[in-house]
Design a protein around this ligand. Sequence first.
Ligand code: SF4
Length: 286
Amino acid sequence: MPIKEQKVKSVLSVYRDRDPLYGFRFVADPYLGCSHQCLFCISQKREDNKEDIQVRINAAEVLSRQLVKKQREIVGLGQGCDPYMMLEKHYLITHDILQVLAVQGFPVHIVTKSNMVQRDCKLLQEIQEKTMATVTFQFSAPSLELARNIEPNAPSPIKRFNALYNLATKGIKCGIALHPILPFISDSAQGIKQLILAAKESGASYVLAAPFTINSKLSKKYLAYLEQNNPAMIDSYSDLYGRKGKTPDSYWQSLDEMIKTLTHEQGMAYEPPFWSEIQKKQLSLF
Ligand code: SF4
């Protein structure tokens, strides 16, 4: 995949509303585009429609300027990329962003499929001591074979659970996101339960979940995969999604309820950690 180093003028996006799944309003992505090449990815929407990976070489420096005078909010990493794709080993941009957050006292929420996040454990601990550091590991496949097929370049789910365990035992709040859940492929009660139990055993404190949405431009790879491996599924997807591409409430509501129940049975939260809640708890200690 072509790589393009770029100096950017802005790295911080401020959402008006919280991200409905991950709960953050600030996002700072070190890269744009992703080498994990998940077939269902819709994070790689680029205004210029290019497929290269943009390496934001001055991201940390720009972010440090942009955060001055901003009120404390969780900064999310991992919306337009995986902040720990292989390039990070060389560029260390995620690492440098974490250093900025540690120095300026901002909480962080990392979303990743990579075990490389363990490399920055010390920085995450430093942030956790001052404010809050949380890591969400994403899963879309209950079996290793399916994961290899649909997330071809991402570290295996076993490596993700091991990383979750290692971080959780070192005091970092961790959770999993079943995101996206793929209809008829990764939505069986048994598969979902397996992932939730593995999350619990690894030390996760929360579970998040969201279904797949079809994007006419960005879902081509995934639909081609279905066509090749299970052509009958194409009709099932057309029936389910219709023209709009949005997951119908009738499909999602019962699944959502089931995941919530399974998660609560394991004593985990079915929502991301919110900085405001943590702040309230901190204040009540004094
Ligand atoms: S890890 Fe996330 S951003 Fe990267 S290809 Fe997969 S879904 Fe897209």
